[in-house]
Design a protein around this ligand. Structure first.
Ligand code: GLN
Ligand code: ZN
Length: 761
């Protein structure tokens, strides 16, 4: 008999209860007891959903901040700067205090985890959360399967101190466990802790645990597989059933994976064909349970259940011991489509968020058992999911008729640069900002008032114009060279454009957690994308009318819009990206016609969309680069900027260069050394670049000296004519009281620097 198992259900709750609990606790409006009580309720709610639909109920999934942080705390990896671990106080200190752990992207998703720091080699079972939760659920009548971050994935995503040379001097920096020796050392130190954990669970009556090992889908070397095998050899001796879960891609070495000495193995059969191909060609061990991830955990579409039934039948031939599951955790989806009543006609029927995915698994099982109701639904799902949807022949025609020329600007950079310098007449080290200015309380209030119909469109627009006017005045006063309008009309850089484009839907309640208590609503690309009318023209031209300095047109790039949205699966991603790019190109043309001379196209998600295995990079970057070039095919006179943040540039610098922009601004204030180093290695870098000198993530006001130090470092590897001066990202989360003095210092610093190198101030 086929079993069902779902995991990673979103922790937010139906009404974002999780967010409210956490934020109220941080504000001191809730006691620790009240917070934990609320979390218990959320835990019971999810357990009941799991129990209604599946055969196994996972526990230890609901983290108060992040599951990687939980794992670090579990094994006692508390960096010494936090001193003694003192419960929640230290926990949140590590998560969001002044010296918090580094926050970074979880695989190729938009979830962010905290990077554990492994300082010494002595660990201990400090917080046994899996055990506590197991007992809690047990008391409430649920026998659960603790879901724990696997030791290998934990190690691969952690950092530990390493001695390196920097400018000829030995320094200690935190780095990934990037050598055999380092990986083995920490594996040896942590295996006993994991064994102790398993032993304690076994004592409490746990029969089975699951380890999340998504790191096994990355390129994994021989010595790394040896460590994985060692870990599971050791852990399998404790006498508890172990399941190992992989997701987001196919496992990097199928044979070694299915031969791990564990009871059950989860494979993602959705992200690509590779795992299924291996199952068919190489078979699956008779003595193991196959957990087949057949329901997509990352995209919101209802499955074609008829097709899935066929797949299950095929799988049963390969492994009789079969559990069907979601392919990747469900926390990349909103909780439920139920409350979405304003979607475009016919879309709701096609959607399945987390709750509906649980029901799909159940339905499949019932259909397999011959339940006639379930079988009827299966038939229907096929009809809905194969119907053609929101096609736009004009958009199709435009994409189909693209030629190489559409991806190339008319003049090479060198010539464009000359023309642009003539037009813009900017000083050496031009100063600018990344786009947004403080989204203060009044901005948010007015937006809500407008959305809920309390104020008219006219009133709202008038308010936005006042804000723009203020922002321009402030920038003029400070003396910045290239100005921005401030983005007050935008709540989210992707959603703002999604609302204005045809073929993309936005939801009312479709919140997904990004990190901590931060949520966003990914738009849904469901049809052919186009721009019915200008999207940014009014605000930008208004801003430009107020000043003689250039104001940047401000767009979100096609790759970022696509990567931060859900997308249809009936046409290739490349095509969707080109459709979005063409819509943006229309906007670029309109901005040019209106006299805008500088246009910035943000691509903060350019890196994160890259596939997990390097072999798939060529294909991704090929269309990602082309999509950017397609939308930025402006006149040679127009200076095209792009902006990226939070990225690891080192590996992708060659691809970035291919984007053929004129100027790039990047985040560097926290890892400047690393970023500047890239340009030492990259021979022939000739594009202008703004290395963020002001860390906007911190409320601290940077001094001239700090910022100048970054510029001086950059000047050692890059010609000064290429350097811009700017903060490392948008200023929307900051306050005007912080922004104004910080930017004053920044502009002063640039002036001093010009003087020092003998240029015109
Ligand atoms: N232009 C955007 C802003 O300033 C860029 C945001 C981002 O890089 N994530 O807010
Ligand atoms: Zn940014």
């Amino acid at each position: 008999m086929v079993r069902t198992f779902a995991f990673g259900f979103p922790k937010l709750g139906e009404k974002r209860e999780f967010k409210r609990l956490l934020e109220n606790f941080w504000k001191g409006k809730l006691s620790e007891g009240e917070l934990l009580k609320g979390i218990e309720e959320l835990n019971l709610w999810r357990a009941s959903l799991y129990a209604q639909n599946g055969d196994l109920i996972p526990s230890n999934e609901l983290s108060l901040y992040d599951f990687m942080l939980d794992t670090a705390v579990m094994v006692g990896a508390i960096p010494s700067r936090f001193r003694e671990y003192n419960g929640l106080e230290t926990y949140f200190e590590m998560a969001r205090g002044k010296n918090a752990l580094e926050l970074t992207k979880w695989f190729n998703t938009n979830y962010h985890y905290l990077v554990p720091e492994l300082e010494g080699e002595s660990f201990k079972l400090l917080e046994n959360k899996p055990l506590k939760e197991y007992r809690f659920f047990r008391e409430k009548g649920y026998d659960t399967v603790p879901q724990i971050i696997g030791l290998y994935t934990f190690l691969k995503l952690s950092k530990a101190p390493k001695r390196v040379e920097e400018g000829g001097l030995p320094v200690v920096v935190l780095e990934k466990l990037d050598t055999k020796e380092r990986l083995e050392k920490f594996a040896q130190a942590l295996i006993p802790i994991y064994r102790e954990l398993l032993a304690s669970l076994r004592e409490a009556g746990v029969k089975r645990v699951h380890f999340d090992e998504p790191a096994l889908v990355m390129d994994t070397e021989d010595y790394e597989w040896e460590v994985v095998e060692e870990i599971y050899r050791e852990l399998s001796q404790v006498g508890i059933d172990i399941g190992v879960l992989t997701y987001y891609d196919s496992v990097s070495n199928y044979e070694r994976f299915v031969n791990l000495p564990v009871k059950a193995l989860h494979l993602d059969l959705v992200s690509n064909e590779e795992n299924l191909k291996n199952l068919k060609e190489k078979g699956f061990p008779k003595d193991k349970e196959l957990i087949a991830g057949i329901i997509n955990g990352r995209q919101p579409w209802r499955a074609n259940l008829k097709e899935k039934l066929g797949l299950i039948e095929e799988l049963l031939k390969i492994s009789e011991n079969l559990t069907i599951s979601n392919a990747s955790p469900l926390y990349h989806l909103p909780v439920s489509v139920e409350p979405e009543d304003e979607l475009p006609e016919g879309l709701k029927e096609r959607l399945a968020f987390a709750k509906e995915k649980l029901q799909e698994l159940k339905l499949l099982k019932e259909a397999l058992n011959g339940n006639s109701e379930a079988l009827k639904e299966v038939e229907e799902s096929e009809k809905v999911m194969t119907a053609v949807y929101a096609e736009n022949p004009e958009v199709r025609r435009r994409v189909a008729s693209l030629t190489e020329e559409d991806f190339r600007r008319k003049l090479p950079y060198k010539e464009r640069d000359k023309i642009q310098r003539e037009i813009l007449k900017l000083p050496l080290f031009p100063t600018t900002t990344i786009g947004s200015f403080p989204q203060t309380e009044d901005v948010r209030k007015m937006r809500t008032a407008y959305r809920t119909g309390k104020i008219s469109e006219e009133e709202y627009k008038k308010f936005i114009k006042e804000k723009i006017k203020y922002a321009i005045e402030v920038q003029e006063e400070i003396g910045l060279d290239v100005l921005v309008h401030g983005e007050f009309e935008r709540s989210d850089m992707v959603e703002y454009f999604a609302i204005k484009m045809d073929g993309i839907a936005t939801t009312k309640h479709g919140w997904v957690l990004s990190y901590g208590s931060r949520v966003y609503r990914p738009p849904i690309i469901y049809g052919d994308v186009s721009r019915p009318k200008p999207m940014t023209l009014e605000e930008i031209t208004y801003a430009q009318s107020l000043t003689s300095k250039p104001v940047k047109g401000m767009l979100t790039g096609p790759v970022t819009i696509l990567n931060w949205s859900y997308y249809r699966e009936d046409i290739p991603k490349r095509e969707i990206a080109y459709q979005i790019a063409l819509a943006l190109l229309d906007e670029v043309k309109d901005l040019e016609k209106a006299g805008i001379k500088v246009i910035q196209i943000d691509e903060p998600a350019f890196r994160e969309g890259a596939p997990l295995k390097k072999k798939d990079w060529e294909e991704y970057f090929d269309w990602a680069i082309k999509a950017f070039r397609l939308c930025s095919r402006a006149k040679p006179e127009t200076q095209i900027h792009t902006h990226m943040c939070y990225s690891e540039f080192n590996e992708i610098i060659e691809y970035i260069y291919e984007m053929d922009f004129d100027v790039i601004s990047i985040e560097a204030s926290r890892s400047k050394g690393e970023i500047i180093e890239v340009f030492e290695k990259f021979k022939g870098w000739d594009r202008q670049i703004g290395i963020g000198v002001y860390d906007i993530h911190s409320p601290a006001i940077p001094t001239k000296e700090e910022m100048k130090a970054i510029m001086e470092r950059a000047m050692r590897v890059l010609p000064k004519e290429l350097l811009w001066v700017n903060p490392d990202c948008g200023l929307k989360t900051r306050r005007w009281e912080e922004v104004i003095p910080a930017l004053k210092n920044m502009v002063d610093m640039a002036r001093e620097l010009r003087q020092e190198v003998g240029a015109k101030v």
